[in-house]
Design a protein around this ligand. Structure first.
Ligand SMILES: O=P(O)(O)OC[C@H]1O[C@H](O[C@H]2O[C@H](CO)[C@@H](O)[C@H](O)[C@H]2O)[C@H](O)[C@@H](O)[C@@H]1O
Length: 346
């Protein structure tokens, strides 16, 4: 019974009401098909019911699902804008970066959300690559950790025209592309060749060309070879003082040292959307998403939501356990938008 109590506490904090029907005097499960889908969802990576650390972390970063109504109440009179990270948020983390596909269900949920709220995906991948996974024309894309952003066309004098150009999408809509790290492209291509050469004898290394940054994946590198790989990456970087390395999930990321990150991309998109009263929701799992969480905190608006199955330091207010919970949240948001928000004009 004690175990059941702890588990119930955990699920309640996570916003998962799967346990409730088993507990006497609890609210019965709704008969609505959609409600049932949400409540019946079982996340693949549920924490151990005894993970007290996770339970107390959830008190600091409550589930965005259980806080949904509060978020919606806060959006009164404001335009909701949705920002989503890709890997680990819209698709689960998998061994092969080229096979991080998004499920059809997730695609449908993002499409539904984007019908009612401006939606952007901000990823560490190249913009083209993330589009090839998502395949939705209804959303804006920002690749290379925000260094390649395609957003709504708007005269915006705060950004240097040297790095912006106008373009037309397949449906004839005018868009603007902002690439603040454009000057670094030749050096990046040179570095990619050197990095590939230097690491070619280390088994398991995958170098991904993310256009304005490089990802050196070491998920398949033997532990005993990791140090060697790190040395090689650092030795290449020594010849490129205008670049630096950051770390993600089993990946070293080499980026131009300019003051531009996912947080700046978020602000750029918000500027170009041009709403007066806005409520941004940003969902992400990566360390690089913290830059965007920080921006929302500093602006004092919106909801930064971290995707994490473990307690961790974060600037986010709310949390979701994994991409399956992201799906539940987006389904709910899309459904709410369908009933309550005006459709976005094409
Ligand atoms: O900003 P994101 O969209 O989250 O991109 C961050 C990096 O994600 C990818 O790598 C991660 O996901 C892979 C697929 O699940 C996994 O194999 C890898 O270990 C993770 O680090 C992507 O491949 C990187 O280029 C992105 O920078």
């Amino acid at each position: 019974m004690v175990l059941v109590g702890i588990a119930a506490k955990l699920y309640e904090a996570m916003g998962i009401q799967r346990w409730l029907p088993m507990i006497p005097n609890s609210e019965p499960m709704s008969k609505s098909r959609h409600d049932h889908m949400d409540r019946g969802y079982i996340s693949p990576g549920e924490p151990s019911v005894l993970d007290e650390n996770y339970i107390s972390w959830l008190k600091e970063h409550p589930s965005a699902i259980s806080s949904f109504q509060r978020m919606i109440n806060a959006s009164k009179g404001k335009q909701i804008v949705v920002f989503l990270d890709y890997d680990g948020t819209l698709s689960p983390i998998v061994c092969d970066p080229d096979r991080a596909f998004m499920s059809d269900q997730m695609r449908a949920a993002v499409r539904e959300v984007s019908k009612h709220f401006p939606t952007a995906i901000i990823s560490g991948r190249s913009r083209e690559k993330v589009y090839s996974f998502v395949k939705l024309n209804e959303v804006y894309y920002s690749g290379s950790h925000g260094m390649d952003t395609m957003g709504p066309a708007r005269e915006n004098k705060s950004y240097d025209d040297k790095y912006q150009y106008k373009t037309i999408d397949e449906e004839g809509n005018e868009l603007i592309v902002f690439q603040p790290a454009k000057d670094f492209l030749p050096a990046l291509q040179k570095m990619l060749v050197e990095m590939t050469e230097k690491t070619k004898n280390i088994q398991g290394v995958v170098i991904e060309d993310n256009r304005f940054c490089l990802s050196v994946h070491y998920r398949h590198v033997k532990d005993e070879d990791y140090e060697k790989l790190e040395e090689e990456v650092e030795s290449v970087l020594e010849n490129y003082p205008e670049f630096h390395m950051t770390r993600g999930k089993k990946v070293m990321e080499v980026r131009p040292s300019i003051e531009w990150n996912k947080g700046h991309a978020l602000e750029y998109l918000l500027d170009n959307l041009g709403f007066d009263n806005v409520l941004p929701i940003y969902i992400g799992d990566d360390r690089t998403d913290e830059d965007a969480f920080k921006v929302l905190r500093e602006r004092g608006e919106g909801f930064p939501i971290v995707v994490s199955s473990k307690p961790r330091d974060t600037m986010a207010f709310h949390s979701l356990h994994d991409p399956s919970e992201v799906l539940s949240f987006l389904i709910r948001l899309g459904r709410w938008g369908f009933k309550n928000a005006y459709p976005i004009q094409a």
